[in-house]
Design a protein around this ligand. Structure first.
Ligand code: SAM
Length: 278
């Protein structure tokens, strides 16, 4: 049991920082960053800009994807010595598609406190202005890079009714929209770009329409996708199921592929059944 403020223990504060607009930081976050002994930062140069803006001078320790395992012992040693630490990432909330998870686990495991200093995160910032159903929602994070893995992942979501939230970098956004359309069919989508910044843009459209648009290759995107409006009945006959998928917005070819996957049968068998009976 952690009594965060009733029992004094060395603490790792997990501090949210802005996702673009330097003003989006809480008074408490600034206070904690000024009070801790060290700041663990994903990129000391990026965080340096924020810290110098608020005139915070603290020793920083770099903690990122590629040195996180190597840094664990050093971080725990500091807590053993009674030091308090703050963990920050380049933007938003650490641990959310950012480094943090492993060190948080380790600190909990060692019996020290982990205290959240809440603030900005792109997930909620995009979701609340999307105009799509806010809850329930599922945060997927970044899609995998491999086409086969994207397909396998999206297949699990095709019938899910909750709103889906994904992160995407500008260079991959067009490819991702295409995959979303191919594997989830047509449905509403919201592209939230550069939130909190001067060029903040929110596009509320459909996946089909989005595949025809030219997307800005600068700035970060949150993509919010409407959940399935009706679940497909997987017990339908093969031709009926193909037709259902087509109705959901898939092309005939993709619908047949999807059924072959659902039934775990060769595509050719679906094709024959659909062409003969359908
Ligand atoms: N920890 C961060 C958070 O709490 O939101 C997310 C870090 S993740 C490495 C970066 C991704 O978050 C970007 O690729 C983008 O998908 C999303 N993101 C971050 N800032 C954003 C912004 N200002 N507008 C839109 N998306 C943003």
């Amino acid at each position: 049991m952690q009594k965060s403020f009733k029992e004094i223990k060395p603490t790792l504060y997990v501090v949210s920082t802005p996702i673009g607009n330097l003003k989006d930081i809480t008074l408490r976050a600034l206070e904690v960053l000024k009070e801790v002994d060290f700041i663990l930062a994903e990129d000391t140069r990026t965080s340096g800009v924020l810290l110098s803006h608020y005139e915070i001078k603290k020793p920083m320790i770099s903690y990122h994807e590629f040195n996180k395992n190597f840094k664990e012992d050093q971080i725990i040693k500091l807590l053993d010595e009674g030091k308090n630490l703050a963990l920050i990432s380049d933007a938003g909330t650490p641990g959310i598609s950012d480094p943090g998870y492993e060190i948080i686990l380790k600190v909990i495991d060692k019996g020290y406190h982990t205290v959240s200093i809440p603030g900005a995160s792109a997930i909620l910032s995009a979701l609340v202005v999307s105009g799509l159903i806010i809850q329930p929602f599922t945060f997927i994070g970044f899609l995998p890079r491999k086409v086969s893995e994207v397909k396998a992942l999206l297949k699990d979501y095709i019938n899910r009714k909750e709103t889906l939230v994904i992160y995407e970098s500008p260079l991959r956004v067009e490819k991702t929209i295409q995959s979303l359309y191919e594997h989830l069919g047509d449905r509403k989508v919201v592209l939230a770009r550069e939130l909190t910044k001067t060029f903040e843009t929110i596009i509320r459209t459909t996946l089909k329409e989005a595949t025809t648009l030219e997307h800005n290759t600068k700035g970060e995107y949150v993509i919010i996708i409407e959940g399935a409006t009706k679940a497909l009945d997987l017990s339908l006959s093969i031709p009926k199921l193909v037709k259902q998928y087509i109705k959901e917005g898939l092309s005939e070819k993709d619908a047949m592929k999807a059924v072959a996957k659902d039934r775990n049968i060769p595509k050719n068998d679906v094709y024959k059944a659909f062409k003969i009976e359908g």
